[in-house]
Design a protein around this ligand. Structure first.
Ligand code: SF4
Length: 233
């Protein structure tokens, strides 16, 4: 369950190790932010983590990296993630909530020194709305979502399947070299893929070397150090 959270530490430590092949002073700063599910993405059905859970995950990473002086952690307020989710996935009733926050002094809410979750809680309560219902609960396949009447190209059944795949940790192959999954991005807008090569780049998708068939291991080959004033050898 926490593997993906701890994977952030693994990634940072790997970056430091690679950097140390080039300079002993290599360090990495990790900026953490609670995940805010967005409309028209596979995670639009996901119930966002509550601030307590986000804080637990930050603590998990702090403990894991406590002795590593090369990795510096910064994190975004877990409470601010709740307000972001209210505005990201809210319906038209949230307009009044935003106005209420503003009328009660809630300007510059994106600045941490001005942000106040209590203002948002009061505004939601004043409008008879429930934060749990808007932000923290998982949504069902049959629920009509507030943005369903806006067409962004992607088919809702494709997004739902992608959400199910994400839950089971399954990744699909790059559609430039497989039959089309009919996600809607091209088919809705009459776009046709034209690729330079009939085969995927070495190792797989996106030119990153990622190969889903070998469990997402990314074979990285670093170029040798550039000489000062010269080009890479
Ligand atoms: S080819 Fe286009 S429509 Fe088909 S799965 Fe890929 S992005 Fe979606």
């Amino acid at each position: 369950m926490d593997d993906d959270t701890l994977g952030i530490a693994d990634l940072a430590e790997n970056c430091v190790s690679i950097g140390q092949e080039y300079t002993k002073k290599a360090s990495v700063t990790v900026s953490l932010g609670g995940f805010v599910p967005k409309p028209h993405t596979p995670f639009q059905w996901f119930g966002q983590n509550e601030p307590e859970e986000l804080r637990r995950k930050v603590e998990l990473l702090r403990n894991r990296l406590r002795r590593n002086k090369r990795v510096h952690l910064k994190w975004h307020s877990p409470e601010a993630s709740t307000a972001e989710a209210i505005t990201s996935r809210g319906d038209r009733r949230i307009g009044k909530v935003i106005e209420h926050v503003w009328r009660h002094g809630g300007t510059f809410q994106e600045w941490s020194e001005h942000f106040d979750l209590n203002l948002w809680k009061q505004a939601m309560a004043a409008s008879g709305l429930d934060i749990e219902w808007y932000v923290y609960r998982h949504r069902g396949e049959d629920e009509v979502l507030p943005w369903d009447h806006i067409h962004a190209g992607l088919h809702k059944d494709f997004l739902w399947q992608d959400w199910q795949d994400a839950l089971s940790g399954y990744g699909i192959e790059d559609c430039r070299w497989t039959p089309c999954y009919d996600c809607g991005a091209c088919t809705e807008y009459g776009i046709e893929h034209v690729v330079a090569s009939p085969t995927p780049p070495n190792g797989g998708s996106q030119g990153t070397g990622q190969d889903l068939a070998i469990g997402h291991v990314v074979p990285v080959e670093l170029r040798s150090r550039a000489k000062v004033g010269g080009t890479n050898a």
